[in-house]
Write a new protein. Structure first.
Length: 152
């Protein structure tokens, strides 16, 4: 199973992430995001960052997750390589697809990487944000897929 692929989007950048479950999709989407920025094979796992998020749906959690990674790159210069640990909490669903209780959808993750260095890491794209435009998360057969478009 391939982890992700790039989608040709005029004027923007897009990815399609795959996984056997939503956790794998979120993990593979993160690596795809970093692959849009630079060649991740040149990134070393020298330090870790921890991220914790909550949202109201799996789609909004995915967008928030990717935007948090972009924030850490833009603000702190952190470029990731691996997801050491990622956990999703998916609330109990009602027939109307609303979550039960006040907890919502949650994500905690530890991302390994290092500070971006222009001499070591050749920059490719400068991503502004993950968007909701044509956002898609669905299960087909036994595989989950997510399409995400980024403003550049």
């Amino acid at each position: 199973m391939k982890k992700f692929e790039f989608i040709d989007i005029s004027g923007d950048a897009g990815i399609r992430a795959y996984g056997r479950n939503l956790t794998e999709v979120f993990s593979n989407a993160a690596i795809a995001l970093y692959s849009l920025i630079t060649d991740v094979s040149r990134v070393d796992a020298k330090k870790n960052i921890m991220i914790s998020l909550k949202s109201y749906s799996s789609a909004s959690l995915l967008v928030s997750w990717l935007n948090e990674l972009i924030f850490h790159f833009d603000t702190y210069g952190f470029i990731g390589k691996d997801l050491i640990d990622i956990k999703l909490s998916i609330p109990e669903q009602t027939p109307g697809n609303q979550y039960v209780g006040d907890n919502g959808y949650g994500l905690t993750a530890t991302v390994a990487g290092e500070d971006f260095n222009r001499k070591k890491h050749e920059g490719s794209l400068l991503l502004k944000a993950a968007t909701y435009h044509n956002l898609r998360i669905e299960k087909t057969d036994n595989l989950w897929e997510a399409d995400i478009i980024f403003d550049i």
